[in-house]
Design a protein around this ligand. Structure first.
Ligand code: PML
Ligand code: MG
Length: 243
């Protein structure tokens, strides 16, 4: 009888004087662990945001029955040449979703640039919903499923693949209305708006090249019990995404 190898969640986060530099994660088998630890360590040490003075590698066992497997969201691309045109494209998608308070949400999005995690915002009352507003909420315990076509998502930094994995997990929760994202990497200007109704809509220019500004907002609609469920899902549910 052959036994399946033990699965592990591996997470890396790196910072410099408490400022976030880089974070990444995988869900992998025991034989892959050494290789992926090295990959994430190299990634922490070679980031365009600077040299970290703190690197944390966290390894936790995961049981197969704890994992939810989801198909990746459909992807669409809107090509824009300037941040202004990019932001206008995001506004257009928010209109398609029937969101009220679009301008307010666009303003509040900028407050997420200083946060470690994402902002969780009530889509209608605009109330901030994170238990710790400085830390924000983290959508974590995610990876691309280990299929041959998905290896690019697991090996080396691939902004698009990693974001599609995260966005697929986030949008799957019934009380998430949409997600807005700009990368905090100075050399990456493509961002997205994602939602169940519209899929993952990439917008190719959302900020000027060289800008370190970036952050995520998860728009929520629901009651208190649904909020608790949503935060627990985002932070604890293990998810593998079929790319
Ligand atoms: C990040 O750097 O964490 C966010 C990446 C956004 C990727 C957008 C895309 O290329 O589709
Ligand atoms: Mg980054």
């Amino acid at each position: 009888m052959t036994t399946k190898p033990q699965l592990y969640s591996l997470k890396m986060r790196a910072s410099q004087q408490n400022n976030h530099i880089s974070g990444a994660e995988n869900i992998i088998t025991e034989p892959e662990l050494e290789e992926y630890c090295l990959r994430l360590l190299k990634r922490a040490l070679q980031h365009s945001k600077g040299k970290p003075d703190f690197i944390n590698l966290k390894i936790e066992a995961v049981q197969p029955e704890e994992i939810l497997t989801l198909p990746a969201m459909p992807v669409h691309t809107i090509t824009t040449d300037t941040p202004e045109a990019g932001m206008a494209a995001v506004r257009g998608q928010m209109e398609r979703l029937g969101l009220a308070h679009i301008e307010e949400i666009m303003q509040i999005w900028q407050q997420s640039y200083a946060m470690r995690g994402a902002m969780l915002l009530d889509a209608d009352t605009l109330q901030r919903l994170e238990p710790d507003p400085e830390r924000g909420v983290r959508a974590t315990y995610i990876d691309a499923q280990n299929l041959p076509g998905a290896l690019a998502a697991k090996q080396g930094k691939n902004h698009f693949n990693e974001a599609l994995v995260l966005a697929t997990k986030v949008a799957h929760h019934p009380n998430i209305v949409a997600e807005l994202c700009i990368s905090d990497d100075p050399d990456y200007v493509t961002g997205y708006i994602a939602a169940k109704e519209i899929g993952y809509v990439r917008v190719t220019t959302l900020k000027p090249l060289g800008s370190p500004d970036g952050g995520r907002v998860f728009l929520f609609r629901g009651n208190q019990a649904e909020l608790a469920d949503c935060i627990d899902y985002l932070q604890h549910q293990k998810v593998l995404v079929q790319m």
